[in-house]
Write a protein that binds this ligand. Structure first.
Ligand code: TPP
Length: 581
């Protein structure tokens, strides 16, 4: 072994393996068992020579299923989708060429507070500390490039290149992901997975994740301040934000809604995390493009509680929300701010909401007020016979498909706005990636989400432009026997961009999308495709997908006019455009 290696240089030499190590007590098996233990039963992978031995150990583990993806970006998106339903996801790729392809998906998972365990097969322990140039790198004798890239999109990085502390490093990385609800990066030297070590002989001890606790006095003070603030209000409302999920505060939010009687809304990026069947639900608060009347209710309230919000240029509709800090209680996963007062730190959202539920006076006024002013939306549009299909007609039909056995995945684009208007029945899942908004996310995320909830039928709404980015992994959906229904909305371009700022770059090459999927299926697996131009054809396609083809992957290409957009996109696009200029 070359001199100067920081890693244990004797790992190949079996005489140095402590005799107490059972032959099967390998690092690879340890990783596999840890993944199973935290609830991962499917791992999304792309093989490469740096990770092959690790993959051998993962596939040998009962309870762990290898889902080979077409590329690393989709493997990462799949782990993201999986983590949304399962609470954690994992992917395995190869050094640098794989890692850098994965990076964008991991950044998205970071932005959505999802614990994704990213495992990369790394350089041989003998190569560390040498001046060697390795393949799959940019040709410099430096192995840190991938690590440096991952530093900004993960909350912890472990370089496992010796066996002495491998156990500890892997466990710290995994438990940090779970605790922080963020992705982590673990690089495992390619020559280590098959080597036993006594630390891996122990029966896997369940993670004793030291729970985060609220500071008791801080919690009491925050609850007292918020209760005094809200109990004075005549028309208070409460709005759920996207960090409800990572704060594990969904049930406490509902507890507070039930106890307080307040009108309840949801931020667009948190759709799916606040029950829309709640009797006081008033819709999505998204300023001028949210549910009719919801913006007015929230902005005219004399106090509002936001649980886990993220206000960015998109969720604030180009900074056009009319919110005032002095009227707000802002609850973040571990801090609370009441009006213009100072923050109460070390206060966990779920504790705060539960305790506040006990202290708030019940107030029906705001909800009653909402009921008084609310006028139901207009009569739904009807198509003339064989009239070219309109997007709002399409979504009327998608609405009818939803129940507790379905989940909607909405891709970035006009699907954001159309899906946002769907009314979710109890138990119906809903996911989209609003903070990062990376087009193509939905294909991988649909693969991962469907894999984690096999009992649900996933309904993915994907624009043609987004589909062109990641289409390949429909292949993996078919291979896994998934029964997702994909609505591919073919409007011939990047319509959301058209409404922000138009130019010839927003027109895309038209594909024969059903032809592409048929070619991907290639006679292997259950896949059914259909191209629809009018409502009659859409109805027939949905009937087939829900009946005869209920166990197949169903891909319905919906042809619509290039300028057929939601009115919300038009409004939002013009506001975001002014914020950009
Ligand atoms: N590249 C990435 C990876 N992510 C992005 N969000 C963008 C570029 C910019 N972008 C946002 S939406 C969009 C683009 C290019 C077009 C989406 O088009 P499509 O999927 O057809 O949806 P539509 O708006 O037409 O419904």
């Amino acid at each position: 072994c070359p001199a100067g290696s920081r890693a244990v240089s004797t790992v190949h030499d079996s005489s140095h393996v402590p005799s107490s190590a059972a032959p099967e007590a390998t690092l690879g098996r340890h990783v596999a068992r840890r993944l199973v233990q935290i609830g991962v039963s499917d791992v999304f992978t792309v093989p490469g020579d740096f990770n092959l031995t690790l993959l051998d150990h993962l596939i040998a583990e009962p309870g762990l299923n290898n889902v080979g993806c077409c590329n690393e970006l989709n493997a990462g998106y799949a782990a993201d989708g999986y983590a949304r339903a399962r609470g954690v996801g994992a992917c395995v790729v190869t050094f640098t060429v794989g890692g850098l392809s994965l990076l964008n998906a991991v950044a998205g998972a970071y932005s959505e507070n999802l614990p994704v365990i990213c495992i990369v097969g790394g350089p041989n322990t003998n190569d560390y500390g040498t001046n060697r140039i390795l393949h799959h790198t940019i040709g410099l004798p430096d192995f840190s490039q991938e690590l440096e890239c991952f530093r900004t999109v993960t909350c912890y990085q472990a370089i496992v290149n010796n066996l002495e502390d491998a156990h500890e490093q892997i466990d710290i990385a995994i438990s940090t992901a779970l605790k922080e609800s963020k992705p982590v990066y673990i690089s495992i030297s390619c020559n280590l997975p098959g080597i036993p070590h006594p630390t891996f002989s122990r029966e896997p001890i369940p993670f004793a994740l030291s729970p985060r606790l609220s500071n008791k006095l801080g919690l009491e003070a925050a609850v007292e301040a918020a209760a005094a603030f809200l109990n004075k209000a005549v028309k208070p409302v409460m709005i759920g934000g996207p960090k409800l999920r990572s704060a594990k505060a969904g049930p406490a939010f509902v507890e507070l809604a039930d106890a307080s009687g307040y009108a309840v809304g949801v931020m667009p990026s948190a759709k799916g995390q606040v029950p829309e069947h709640h009797p006081h639900f008033v819709g999505t608060y998204w300023g001028a493009v949210g549910t009719p009347f919801c913006g007015e209710i929230v902005e005219s309230a004399d106090a509002y509680l936001f649980a886990g919000p993220i206000f960015n240029d998109y969720s604030s509709v180009g900074y056009s929300l009319l919110l005032k800090k002095e009227k707000a209680v802002i609850v973040q996963p571990d801090r609370v701010v009441v009006g213009n007062g100072p923050a109460f730190g070390c206060v966990l959202m779920k504790d705060f909401l539960s305790e506040l539920a006990k202290k708030l006076k019940r107030n029906e006024t705001a909800y009653e007020n909402y009921k008084r002013i609310y006028v139901p939306e207009g009569v739904p549009v009807k198509s003339a016979p064989k009239e070219p299909l309109r997007v709002n007609v399409l979504f009327q039909h998608i609405q009818k498909m939803l129940n507790e056995k379905t989940a909607v995945i909405a891709e970035t684009g006009d699907s954001w706005f159309n899906c946002q208007k769907l009314k979710l029945p109890q138990g119906c899942g809903y996911e989209f990636q609003m903070q990062y908004g990376s087009i193509g996310w939905s294909v991988g995320a649909t693969l991962g989400y469907a894999q984690s909830v096999p009992d649900k039928r996933v309904i993915a709404c994907i624009g043609d432009g987004s589909f062109q980015v990641t289409a390949q992994d429909v292949s993996t959906m078919i291979r896994c026997g998934q029964k997702t229904i994909i609505f591919l909305i073919n409007n011939g371009g990047y319509t959301i961009e058209v409404e922000i700022h138009d130019g010839p770059y927003n027109v895309i090459k038209n594909w024969n999308y059903t032809g592409v999927v048929d070619a991907i299926c290639n006679g292997e697996g259950n896949c059914w495709t259909s191209k629809v131009y009018c409502e009659e054809e859409l109805i027939a396609a949905i009937e087939t997908a829900s009946g005869e083809k209920k166990d197949s992957l169903c891909f319905i290409e919906v042809i619509v006019h290039k300028d057929d957009t939601s009115k919300e996109l038009l409004e939002w696009g013009s506001r975001v455009s002014s914020a950009n200029s």
